[in-house]
Design a protein around this ligand. Sequence first.
Ligand code: SAH
Length: 467
Amino acid sequence: MIEMKYMKKGKIYEGKVLRVEFPNKGIVMVDDEKAVVKNSIPGQKICFAVNKIRKGKAEGRLIEVLEKSPLETRDKACRVFGECGGCNYHTLSYEQQLELKREQVKGLIDRVCEDYIFEGIIGSPIEWRYRNKMEFAFGDEYKDGPLSLGLHKRGSFHDILTTDDCAIVDIDYNIILSCVLDYFSGKGVDYYHKLTHKGYLRHLVIRKAVRTGEILINLVTTSEYYNRDKSHESELLNGLTSLLIELKIQGSIVGILHSYNDSKADVVQSGRIELLYGRDHIYEELLGLRFKISAYSFFQTNSLGAEVLYTKAREYVGDTKDMNVFDLYSGTGTIAQLLAPVAGKVTGVELVEEAVDAARENASLNNITNCEFVVGDVLKVLDELQDKPDIIILDPPRDGVHPKALNKIIDYGVDRIVYISCKPTSLMRDLEILQERGYKVEKACAVDMFPQTVHVECLVLMSKVDK
Ligand code: SAH
């Protein structure tokens, strides 16, 4: 076992942050011993407490920033920055954020790949107010405090900060959030308590399309009120709906939904859904195509950034004339439809049925006839598909591709695979397997879909070398 000579668990130390590894791990050296302190910025002098010592490495918790970093050249852009779990990098210029993420992604890929072209990082076309969706939670900022609505306090499971001046969402979100919070506070309605499983209010999900300005609001609650007194619940929700549709905002609210969620898991998920007003979807436009987005379908959260990402993906995919393309983890079918006009046929595979329905509808809306969308787990669906692909695009969720599914994908032996990843660390694991089994990374780049936060998207083009 490697002993730490100097750092001890429970003790407090000071040090300078040398660098930040993906996603938020600040590396601090105290003498010649290393500690990882999350949510710090390179160049900061910090004070931290050692929580844990594992394999000769200390893990510390940030207590205080003693000196700010020379890289921090601007002020925070909202009241709760620093406490909120959403953003980390308001105080860095956008160029500096890009440089940081570029280094992180390159560092990670360099660990597993040699001899490839790293094309750097492409920034988001807008740095602020870029999100087309936000999930806010109801709670309180401290135990037994007044009702709050917003994002989790950094590192906290319980505490919710009211984020009514959030700078990465459009102003309309903040106006809607304040309206909903004031309304329920005034009526004394309680939030759902995760420990006791009692209470009513759970989440407020807002979607606003950048190109059309359409807004969809989804209020998620338990069925507590419904079970107790249905007419009281309808009255409560009708009151809120009237207020919301009267709001003076820039976009237009085209739909208000009410979803019930009694599950114990702290995620927004679809249970029974009721339409309180308008319709249950919005339309967004990307690269000249129109997309219908419903409440629970995945859609890239930065629309203008998605255009950059998909344009780059299209470039990596290259020539697809008359080819069979597989778009695995296809969501609402955005990538499939962007490639369809220049391909023979595109097959999309996606787990969420609602997203597949939307993908099919979107394709017909866009007059695309050579796309097929299949509902199901990639792992299973690959066994059932008759078509054989000439090229494969992978855009899995954060955990990456299931190892067994990855083997099936590799077994097709296609010449080119384009891998889009929202979590570079999962990508690394999958790249190792792909390389062991005959693929080589040709090119890679990062695309910053999430300015101000620690997240970054990566894009990799692989080709088959062992034929
Ligand atoms: N390519 C799409 C969506 C990418 S997000 C776009 O750019 O918009 C990843 C998608 O994978 C989500 O829509 C999620 O519902 C889906 N998914 C997650 N696990 C899956 C699985 N095992 N099989 C198929 N789809 C899955």
